[in-house]
Design a protein around this ligand. Structure first.
Ligand code: SF4
Length: 329
């Protein structure tokens, strides 16, 4: 592992300034992904700016009925928060589906969103990877790509985003609060992560040195009926092969509102707008849920080894929505 310096800033402004001064610096929060990648030589920061002591660890109800989640709130604390469990069960379930209890105790809200892909080739410094080393090629494109993207990939990168939490936040229309060198701004969650395009090394729309300070959840009464279903190769401590976050609001049998997002299918959490449009205003049936998933997945382009993800995501969509519809009784 490369030698690095360590700083613990007194406030957010100092943290952002430290990153701005050093192009090879990185923020350190729970360290559950970054430290692993440093050991592998995939990330080689020369300065770690530890943000865990900044006052960003509160979960606060907002006057509009929403919730503000500080960037360093630990995943276990957020999953156990009574308002999250009551008003946003999709979020609690996504968090509890991720990693192990020990990892969730360390991992933070912002760190979870900024974790790197688990593409094998990204983590192997002996393999070609445009994300790790721009211009070197993509060993996964015609290699072991079973776990990788079926939507929105490019010839430069076919990786998926690994976060479960991010899929739930995409469905909930969350907003990310960001501190940058020249002030603060809000980023709609669905605009935080990028498609790979020509530059898969750029994973978010954040500027260099930007620090996520909080995530705001809008008031969404319909989210009390919400869920997260994750398919993985073993029952715990495994990344998703495919996942679905779903919110369903029915008026009688008619879909008044619906939110759907897919995980492990693209370089970013995938908000399923086409499926939502196919459901809204229509009488809910499992068959309609399947047709809605078909509408979303019509643009899927499976790779050599992951064609199974298309029927898998379809089936999980039907199951998630049907379970929510039946839970009204
Ligand atoms: Fe690298 Fe992306 Fe290709 Fe994986 S899919 S090897 S992360 S460029």
């Amino acid at each position: 592992m490369r030698e690095f310096r360590y700083r613990r800033p007194a406030d957010v402004d100092e943290a952002v300034a430290l990153l701005g001064e050093d192009p090879e610096a990185a923020y350190l929060a729970g360290g559950t992904n970054l430290v692993d990648l440093m050991k592998l030589g995939v990330q080689r920061p020369d300065l770690l700016v530890d943000v865990t002591r900044l006052p960003l660890d509160a979960v606060e109800p907002l006057p509009d009925g929403g919730l503000r989640v500080g960037a360093t709130v630990r995943n276990s604390d957020l999953a156990a928060h009574p308002v999250v469990r009551r008003d946003y069960p999709v979020l609690a379930r996504a968090l509890l589906a991720a990693a192990s209890g020990q990892v969730r105790n360390m991992a933070t809200t912002a760190g979870n969103l900024l974790q790197r892909t688990r593409c094998y080739y990204f983590q192997d410094t002996g393999k070609a990877c445009n994300k790790r080393e721009p211009g070197s090629g993509c060993a996964a494109r015609h290699g072991q790509n079973r776990d990788l993207a079926i939507l929105d990939w490019s010839e430069q990168c076919v990786a998926t985003h690994p976060s479960d939490l991010a899929v739930a936040l995409a469905a909930l229309d969350a907003v990310v609060e960001v501190a940058e060198p020249d002030g603060t701004r809000d980023v709609p969650f669905v605009k935080l992560h990028r498609s790979p395009g020509e530059h898969p090394e750029r994973e978010t729309t954040l500027r260099r040195g930007a620090l996520i300070t909080a995530v705001r959840l809008p008031p969404l009464p319909a989210a009390r009926r919400s869920t997260y279903l994750k398919v993985r190769d073993r029952a715990s401590f495994a990344f998703a092969v495919g996942s679905v976050a779903a919110v369903l609001d029915l008026d009688g049998d008619v879909v008044r509102d619906v939110r759907l997002a897919y995980g492990a299918v693209a370089h970013r959490p995938w908000r399923a707008y086409q499926a939502e449009a196919a459901l809204r205003g229509r009488q809910f049936t499992p068959e309609l849920a399947g047709q809605a998933a078909d509408a979303e997945l019509a643009v899927a382009r499976p790779l050599t080894h992951n064609g199974f993800k298309v029927p898998l995501i379809r089936a999980v969509t039907v199951r998630a929505l049907t379970e929510l519809a039946e839970s009204r009784a």
